[in-house]
Design a protein around this ligand. Structure first.
Ligand code: FAD
Ligand code: NAP
Length: 570
């Protein structure tokens, strides 16, 4: 690796520094090289893949169909790669990332196990000076943050955690060599997407599993299955059309609608973005009806749920917008739990009651509720028996002590801003990004920050990012950034940054489209709002207006001579 990486000159000068080698960093490297630019990528992990390199916990898999959760930039890559399951597991996605790195010979320009610690704008040089924990210093015109929205695990400040004599594992930092859990007493804290995926698998592996649940989750069956060869073949034959529809859709993927023949739309409807039902983006079911749940009779609602299972609520737009419709859906959802969970007290404890459906990222599962029928799985409801302390022997709650050999933290991430806030980023006049964002992140389009010229954030806060199929969102941002860089060369500009007014307007718009949705309901506390991190400003971070609409907005801005950006040729 070292032989092929750029030299260790104390201040070598390159065109661009990319931070992170997940799907965003890899694609940036590919595109910048295509433009003939000199680039170095720094990656804290030991290989490519980002999320899929770090999150190796049992049960980890994507919840967007793999035929759609994959790169589209090279038709040959699309044709040669074969996904085996509807929603691929972590090992398969990591193999895919490695295949991409090998196929395009990306590794020589990636420096692994190296963390970027600072990035300072040098006004005189009009470049970024980027420093790593290995002492490497690179000057670059472009500083491209591909640091990930969910790459910094959140370890809550649990009293006594350091005292625990057993093994503590975080789902977001699962070891490459899986620990042998056979016969072990395993506890898990956290019932978000990671916990819900891990719990059925941990129950299989462990001697006994205790689930410490603070907030019950609304989770619906993933219905994962092997991919039939004829489905793969049809996708491959129709990829160009399917990709176009993805890019125009609300959430960047089509789901079950992907292989349906699209109905021709009225001319005035074209390009308005996806199913355009007015439903916010970011749910696991991209297909929605214009009708409301409240339009149906009680009997029809029940039939809809009986026919389609607990995921039925996702089809009704009023569930996302109207608290009354939402509560009707919640009640039907809770009824589904009673159908599966045998012990009524356990079923009751698993029912969410104090926050709405569709306020948090929709969780998909495989056999989650059924797992609680096992005699070797215990649920502790922390709402009724709060956690008191971790001890050397296990976890003590108000219900007593549970002795454990292993404690798994499925406690999520310092989402969207966590990785950026760990880097000492200073823009014009030495202003720190942490200071500029002290009241919450402020960007233009999730791409740039006022006062931080030539610094781009891929899928940054203020863009659809985590509310979309992320690979589609990543490709869009990377293409936009490299086109922008090329444009600057053409017009002879050296820097680009948004005007403060453009940032203000965009932040207002991001807030406006999120207002009056379940995402910002007063009783919603999600990582989208930063609520999972103590002291973090309560600000809704992603753009909920829909991926297709956002993409068109970005295109319009470019067509209007980069409206809202300041290009400087001095
Ligand atoms: P990442 O994959 O997070 O990569 C960022 C990289 O930057 C990391 O490897 C990190 O080590 C590195 N880095 C950060 N800071 C520094 C630094 N200072 N110096 C050096 N390196 C640094 N999205 C979907 O669309 N569908 C899904 O089904 C889905 N499932 C997910 C499941 C899990 C368990 C998680 C955690 C996320 C999931 N996501 C999903 C979101 C997922 O993060 C994205 O889909 C995508 O993989 C993000 O790619 P990225 O390159 O932007 O970021
Ligand atoms: P998460 O959604 O933030 O869930 C964290 C869980 O830990 C919650 O149940 C939370 O409870 C609990 N928790 C946190 N601190 C706690 C404390 N001090 N005491 C008790 N419980 C505590 O994190 P995640 O599950 O890792 O998921 C994060 C995101 O990653 C997802 O939303 C998704 O975008 C992505 N992801 C996707 C998949 C997939 O299916 N493709 C899988 C994993 C992750 P509260 O709710 O009460 O705070």
């Amino acid at each position: 690796e070292t032989a092929a990486t750029p030299s260790d000159d104390p201040a070598e000068t390159l065109d661009a520094v990319v931070v992170g080698a997940g799907f965003a960093g890899m694609y940036l490297l590919y595109q910048l090289r295509e433009q003939g630019r000199s680039v170095v990528v720094f990656e804290a992990g030991a290989d490519v893949g980002g999320t899929w390199w770090w999150n190796r916990y049992p049960g980890a898999r994507c919840d967007v169909p793999s035929m759609e959760y994959s790169y589209s930039f090279d038709p040959d890559l699309e044709q040669e790669w074969n996904w085996t399951e509807l929603m691929a597991g972590q090992p398969e996605i990591l193999r895919y990332a490695r295949h991409v790195a090998d196929r395009y010979d990306l590794r020589p320009d990636i420096v692994f196990e190296t963390t970027v610690t600072s990035a300072h704008w040098d006004e005189g040089d009009r470049r970024w000076l980027v420093t790593t924990d290995s002492g490497r210093r690179v000057r670059a015109r472009w500083c491209l943050m591909a640091t990930g929205c969910l790459s910094v695990p959140n370890t809550p400040n649990l009293p006594g955690l350091d005292e625990f004599a057993g093994t503590v594992l975080h789902t977001g930092r699962w070891p490459e060599q899986w620990p042998d859990l056979a016969g072990k007493r395993v506890g898990i804290i956290g019932t978000g997407s990671s916990g819900v995926q891990a719990i059925p698998e941990l129950a299989e592996q462990a001697g006994h599993l205790t689930v410490f649940q603070r907030s019950p989750v609304y989770t619906v069956p993933a219905n994962n299955r092997p991919l039939a060869p004829e489905i793969v073949a049809e996708f491959k034959a129709r990829y160009p059309e399917i990709r176009d529809r993805q890019r125009d859709s609300v959430s960047g993927f089509l789901g079950p609608a992907a292989l349906r023949r699209p109905k021709p739309r009225a001319v005035e409807d074209r390009g308005r973005g996806g199913d355009d039902t007015g439903t916010p983006a970011g749910t696991a079911q991209p297909e929605r009806t214009r009708s409301g749940l409240l339009d149906l009779s009680e009997q029809e609602r029940r039939e809809a749920f009986d026919r389609n299972g607990p995921g039925a609520f996702m089809r009704f737009r009023d569930v996302y917008l109207d608290p009354e419709a939402n509560e009707v859906a919640c009640e039907l959802f809770r009824r589904e739990i009673d159908k599966v969970v045998e012990d009524p007290a356990v079923a009751e404890a698993l029912k969410p009651t104090d926050y709405p459906l569709a306020c948090k990222r929709q969780v998909l599962d495989t056999d989650y509720y059924r797992t609680f029928n096992r005699s070797d799985v215990t649920l502790i409801d922390l709402r009724h028996h709060p956690l008191q302390t971790i001890t050397g022997a296990g976890v003590r709650t108000e219900a007593g002590q549970v002795e454990l050999d292993v404690l798994v933290l499925a406690t999520g991430f310092a989402a969207m801003t966590g990785a950026l806030s760990r880097i000492d980023i200073r823009g014009r006049a030495g202003r720190r990004l942490s200071e500029a964002w002290s009241g919450g992140p402020r960007t233009y389009l999730g791409l740039q920050v006022a006062g931080f010229p030539n610094l781009f954030t891929v899928t940054g806060p203020g863009s659809p990012s985590v509310l979309a199929n992320m690979i589609v969102a990543i490709e869009h941002h990377v293409d936009w950034i490299v086109d922008c860089i090329a444009h600057l060369d053409v017009v002879g500009a050296t820097t680009i940054e948004p005007s403060p007014e453009a940032v203000d307007d965009w932040v207002d718009h991001v807030n406006e489209v999120a207002d009056d949705t379940m995402y910002t309901a007063p009783n919603c506390n999600s990582w989208y709002l930063g609520s999972n991190i103590d002291g973090k400003a309560r600000v809704f971070m992603p753009y909920v207006g829909g991926f297709g609409r956002y993409r068109r907005h970005c295109d319009d801005i470019v067509a209007d001579d980069y409206r809202g950006f300041v290009l400087d040729a001095s």
